[in-house]
Ligand binder design. Sequence first.
Ligand code: C2O
Ligand code: CU
Length: 487
Amino acid sequence: VLIAAILALFAVSGCVPATEPMEQTTFPFDRRLPIPPLADSQVVDGTRVFQLDAQEGSSELVPGLQTPTWGFNGDVLGPTLRAEEGEQVAVEVRNSLSEPTTVHWHGMHLPAAMDGGPHQPVAPGGSWRPEWQIDQQAATLWYHPHPHGQTEKHVYRGLAGMFILDDARSRQLDLPKDYGEDDIPVIVQDKRFDSGGGLVQDSQGNELGLLGDTVLANGVAGAVQEVGTELVRLRLLNGSTARTYDFGFDDDRRFDQIATDGGLLAEPLQTTRVRLSPGERAEIVVPMVPGEQTMLTSFPPDLGDVLVPSAFGARDRFDVLLLRAADQLQTSPPLPVRLSDGAAGPVASEASVTRSFEVQDRQINGRSMDMNRIDAAPELGSTEIWEVTNTHGVPHNWHVHDVQFQVLDIDGAAPPPELRGRKDTVYLEPNRTYRLIMRFEDYADPDSPYMFHCHLLLHEDQGLMGQFVVTGPGQGGSGQGGDGHGQ
Ligand code: C2O
Ligand code: CU
């Protein structure tokens, strides 16, 4: 009876045109949160080798409904890859889909030819084996397809997974770190279904792209995670195509944010909300008392001083994941006072080049993505400041491959504490200028571009993306060019 009721609800909600405010389909939160398995790997001659196979499948994303999906090594999403700073890793990627795809390592510092962007397509039936050394601190990264013009569709259908990095310090810190027990990966994505259970893959004219009316945690709606410890760590990934979330709990409890995209903050940050735009991650530690429950909730984000008609459905509230504490909880040690050296990145005086980027509709500095044009060519070892302004009256964000940057300031003011860590993606409130500082290290290859783009995937697909190459000494960069010139 319950399932029939849900199906009926579903059929109704599936018919609601996108121009009406969305209402969340309600579910009993009684499905165990699926924990993506840690990927198997083999160490061959000192290299840790993983395997990922992009394939078609079918999943029960909402109770009682089978949905055709895509996944890595399974029906939907993918296993969690995990490696240690200093390790040599390789991934044997296979494409069992019937169209080309790629696998990009979001947040990873690595040679551009291994980056998995639009220049490294894997043909149907084909394979690709990138290999690199992990050369960055502990962090929660992720991987997803990045095929030219098709990224939204491939991610929306379910291709995404986490890539967790450890280092000597993170292993020693007294943080919850028992994967799947008190250290929980949470991939949040919204979907919209037709009455037959298929994914609706049409943004229906929505300026932001695909916004679903159902929010999934690790590929299921209505998930519950049983908690057996006083502290539980959630590694939150916004793997959605377009939706920005302001995460908190339904009882407004305080929790600590301990990490941003690129690793641990200097110290835990007490808060009640964490905003994540598409592609961003945060690690939070939530206190629990015996026998209670609390709902991880996405509150309607205040996306800044911008007209976002409710038709965009960007201001809806969603239940995401129920945390349910056991009647007796294992003691957790208190959080360490110091977590890391913080961003400890370059300072403004080290920057030799400043570039300006204006985000306007589907263009950056008046240009759409062109696979044959290089938009910036920083020199190896140099530090640059990128001034990014979203002059479009619509939410966008900004992601840079290869580097973790720091937000120097926003309209000249120091960034809020949650934006002081290492970042690879940042939400761009309209009509503000974000000054980002980054250093281009280790890998120069004038023939292989990295990308920078909006991570609202429809925008990326429609051209809100540019390319940069890192040039070795003497290969000639594009100098002071605010908007960069090809070499
Ligand atoms: Cu997460 Cu260029 O991507
Ligand atoms: Cu955008």
